[in-house]
Design a protein around this ligand. Structure first.
Ligand code: ADP
Length: 603
């Protein structure tokens, strides 16, 4: 869209003009034989004549010689709109009358938008009148073949000269082109019948007026040519215009070049309006698709190739004489390439980062597994070694066998839990939907944590556990509570206390685990549920951990439609509150009675 909008802007039109100049200047082929010649009224001629006053007289003499050399036509780009000395005018008119086909110039007087035409005496003997406009913009790339002002129209001087030189009848007009004899000129009415001037690669031969006057044989240069008569000197030539080749040229020479263009029949035409739009769409789609279907260096390679192909399109079209303003196309393909390349780059980067994160997560998981499983494995190894090395009595043997049994069971359940939690996090596992007493799950977690707290000489106080039930996976919830308690012990100094209290608010049970440990700051609190996140304080304290526990706990609680609330202060302690849906006061089964019994013991 941006390319389309830009492509239709004024700035793009200017750039397109410059592109035309470049395309034109670089595709001119030398070796061109000019079919026209200039009869130049140059500085030397003017000096010799004693000024422009005496021009008509001199021109009458010179034209007689020129026309004796049998040119095809004579086009005169001079202002002949006023009468001067009647004798001189008559002489010039007579000279015109002897020439084969004379075209006289008509100009538009800008102010009142009127034609300034040659006087009757000259008009009478002229084969045709033609306009001498060059329409610079500011470069004279194209010339309108038709010019209409004040309800009167003239064809361009060069077109009339061409028509007369071909001895063709009137010019036939269709909306799209003009026909002169057998030559079809693609000059549509929509563009004021303008055509690109195909400037000849070498200068059009010039013979100065003075030379023809002094050396009659030099008039032979005009034999079989179309003669263009006009000023070429610096001061009198009123129009010196810029050409696509970047040099200044007089109006008469530009018209001579227009004649060469018509004569050559090689017309550069503008591409249809829809072509740049269509090509831009193709170029943009191509640039996009490259990055959709290809990746890595191949994508870059192909993209560069595609850019090059698109850049060649305007040049190739120009070789085939079609000019396509390249602004829209090139803006489109560059924008599309840049946008899709950066999009591609960032997506690939994201994927790469993701895979790096997965890799490190995997490594951490391995670390976690090996670390957590070391303890039961060591116990199993130790027990089995003792059993094989020493002769033990039956009771001892039984004790060790039991130890191996219970530790291997623990190992198995640990593996199971780990796998379950992994699958839970991936959303692959269906949660068990058992109904069980809150006290049952909480107390067994507390029992297991108590062993840890005793090792650090910590007190563990448990408030009253409300009777009621929870729906979900008992093992996973036990794992979650145990983890929170384990952290409370791990991240607290020896001799401090842990408190576990419950309350019911709005049908949810809030189980708070409060410690007097190192605490966390606000930045930590935002991230502790991220996988593998460990606070700096925890890392520096030397307390081992993997940073996976809380993420698992959070996942488990979420799966039970609950949430976790954390409050913490550095150096004071933390409170982790698990909030779960709760069926308060539901009938208590024997297990709960049993658990409650243990609550009393615990507190
Ligand atoms: P781990 O304990 O293995 O590092 P967790 O996921 O259980 O992993 O905890 C993540 C981080 O949260 C810990 O590293 C620690 O920085 C912080 N944290 C968790 N619980 C507590 C707590 N009770 N007191 C202070 N910091 C804690």
């Amino acid at each position: 869209m941006a390319a389309l909008v830009f492509g239709w802007s004024r700035a793009a039109a200017q750039l397109d003009g410059q592109a035309y100049d470049w395309l034109f200047a670089t595709s001119q082929t030398p070796g061109w034989q000019a079919r026209s010649a200039l009869l130049a009224i140059d500085e030397a001629s003017l000096i010799e004549m004693g000024g422009a006053r005496n021009l008509r007289q001199k021109l009458a003499e010179v034209l007689a010689r020129v026309c004796a050399a049998k040119p095809l036509a004579v086009a005169v780009d001079l202002m002949l709109s006023t009468s001067e000395d009647p004798k001189v005018d008559a002489a010039l008119a007579a000279a015109f009358a002897k020439c084969p086909s004379v075209v006289l110039g008509a100009d538009i007087v800008r102010r009142d938008s009127q034609w300034e035409e040659p006087i009757e005496a000259f008009r009478k003997v002229a084969g045709a009148l033609g306009h001498v406009h060059a329409d610079p913009d500011p470069v004279s790339r194209r010339i309108p073949l038709e010019k209409a002002v004040a309800a009167k129209r003239y064809w361009a001087l060069a077109l009339e000269a061409f028509r007369l030189s071909k001895q063709a009848g009137p010019i036939l007009e269709t909306p799209e082109d003009l026909e002169v004899g057998i030559t079809k000129i693609p000059a549509s009415r929509a563009t004021a019948r303008s055509v690109y001037v195909n400037y000849v690669p070498v200068a059009i031969p010039q013979v100065s007026l003075k030379d023809v006057a002094n050396k009659p044989e030099s008039a032979m240069a005009f034999s079989g040519k179309v003669v263009f008569v006009g000023y070429t000197d610096q001061s009198a030539a009123r129009d010196r215009l810029m050409t696509p080749m970047g040099n200044l040229m007089t109006g008469v020479e530009i018209h001579a070049n227009l004649y060469e263009t018509l004569q050559q029949g090689a017309f550069v035409t503008d591409a249809p309006v829809s072509l740049p739009v269509l090509l831009t769409l193709v170029a943009v789609a191509g640039a996009g698709l490259i990055f959709v279907f290809l990746s890595g260096s191949i994508a870059w390679f192909v993209a560069v190739g595609w850019l090059m192909v698109i850049h060649v399109v305007p040049r190739w079209l120009f070789w085939n004489q079609v000019f396509l303003g390249p602004s829209m196309l090139l803006t489109g393909v560059w924008l599309a390439t840049i946008v899709s390349a950066s999009f591609h780059y960032f997506v690939i980067r994201k994927q790469w980062k993701q895979s790096e994160a997965d890799k490190s997560r995997y490594q951490q998981a391995i670390h976690f597994v090996t670390h957590e499983m070391k303890t039961p494995l060591t116990a199993i190894q130790g027990s089995s070694e003792i059993m094989s090395r020493y002769k033990l009595n039956e009771e001892k043997q039984k004790q060790f066998a039991q130890m191996i049994h219970s530790e291997s069971k623990r190992l198995a359940s640990m593996i199971q839990t780990f796998l379950d939690v992994e699958r839970l996090a991936e959303g692959e596992m269906q949660l068990k939907q058992d109904v069980f007493a809150l006290s049952a799950v909480l107390l067994s977690a507390l029992d297991r944590a108590r062993i840890l707290s005793e090792r650090k000489d910590m007190s563990m106080r448990v408030g009253a556990i409300p009777t009621g039930q929870i729906k979900g996976d008992k093992e996973l919830l036990e794992y979650a509570f145990y983890n929170l308690l384990n952290n409370a012990v791990k991240y607290s100094p020896e001799g401090t206390g842990i408190e576990c209290s419950c309350e019911i608010v709005d049908g949810m049970v809030r189980i708070a685990i409060r410690d007097q440990g190192m605490g966390m700051d606000a930045a930590d609190l935002k991230r502790i549920f991220d996988r593998f996140y460990r606070s700096k304080r925890a890392e520096e304290s030397g307390i081992s951990g993997t940073g996976i526990g809380l993420s698992i706990v959070n996942e488990i609680v979420k799966q039970h439609e609950g949430r976790i609330d954390v409050q913490s202060e550095v150096g004071v302690g933390s409170v982790f509150t698990v909030i779960l849906p709760f069926m308060a006061g539901a009938p208590v089964d024997s297990e709960i009675a049993n658990a409650n019994q243990r609550t009393i013991t615990a507190s």
